[in-house]
Design a protein around this ligand. Structure first.
Ligand code: ZN
Length: 160
């Protein structure tokens, strides 16, 4: 997922990356990436490159509730500024900035994309609000351990 900086036109341009291969080959990813798209808006101002990317990544995940596989699409963004001129490092107040040596024409976006995608995964990742597989699983794990609610209410009455 490399952009070639020194051939980029001045001002605004756009690039689209839609190969999922690199994510699929990444051993650090424990789910199955199916589709990927990065729409990258680039604004080149002299030595500086302002990048704003919208990421959409579809994959097969394991539902935390029912342990079944489900498909989900993660949305994420990257915002970064690259510069050939290190003097900007002190004055820039944006999100992230990287200094690229002037002789290095290519910049690999993959590490940024990788982190953005992984951060987009919800902490509690489920197939939906009511998970059928989860209900089934609960039945197997807890065969009617819960006391009948009506008895519980009666018990409270006696306690009062
Ligand atoms: Zn589920």
């Amino acid at each position: 997922m490399k952009i070639v900086l020194n051939t980029l036109p001045r001002g605004k341009s756009e690039q689209i990356f839609d190969s999922v291969a690199q994510l699929q080959q990444d051993k650090s990813i424990e789910w199955k990436p199916l589709q990927f798209e990065l729409k990258l808006g680039i604004d080149r101002q002299g030595q500086n490159f302002y990048l704003h990317g919208n990421i959409s990544c579809t994959g097969l995940f394991i539902c935390e509730s029912g342990m079944e596989e489900f498909e989900d699409t993660l949305k994420s963004e990257i915002k970064v500024m690259l510069t050939f001129d290190s003097k900007y490092l002190e004055s820039y107040e944006g999100d992230e900035m990287f200094h690229v040596p002037a002789h290095q024409a290519e910049y690999d976006l993959y590490p940024l994309v990788h982190d953005a995608v992984l951060l987009a995964i919800p902490i509690s990742h489920r197939c939906g609000t009511d998970c059928k597989a989860g209900e089934e699983l609960q039945k197997i794990i807890k065969p009617r351990e819960k006391p009948d609610e009506r008895w519980a209410k009666l018990k409270d009455l006696f306690n009062e």
